[in-house]
Design a protein. Sequence first.
Length: 212
Amino acid sequence: MPKRGELGRRDPEARRQAILDAAVGVFVAQGFAAAKLDDVAEKAGVAKGTIYLHFKDKQDLFEQMVRAAVAPVIERLEAVAKLPDLPAEVVLKGLYEVFRKEVLGTPRKNLLRLVITEGPRFPAIGEFYHREVVSRGLQLMGGVLKRAAEKGELADDGIARFPQLIVAPLILAVVWDGLLGAVEPLDVQGLLDVYHRLLLAKPGNAGEGERT
């Protein structure tokens, strides 16, 4: 943990980033309700008042923390999803690989668990996460599925109506890892490989999903 004097000599952006980094550990360990800005300040090596120079309150700090963590992932997912000439199989593999490496393989998965846990008790958290993450994710997934349906690449054309199906195994992996991972580790890569094959039409059967 940096000393306050050392951090005080850093530029404002460095102090802000130190606060965000510290907030991740405090919120994940204590939950939203129990988390104290005093603990964040101590972990970041700043005075508590310094937090208010960058964030309005605890809610704002939480939102900015989540936004900073997920923005790079969303941007990478959007870049993959906006490649119109790629087959759906390649796009889905790319999307799953980004999520597996950048979320499941990093502390970001703890933030997602935190939102899942705290969202029902604090509706503002759920509303924020839906606005900043879920709605953007569903929009880009919806575009991928629409193009795939038009090309006859889906096992069932109805899949295009429910972009939530794309993220279902990812949420399962996050929840499983936190709840049961120590007892029975999940083969996430194997799960995603099987699942994305289930979503796609087999050669020679394209477009037959809803007509059978």
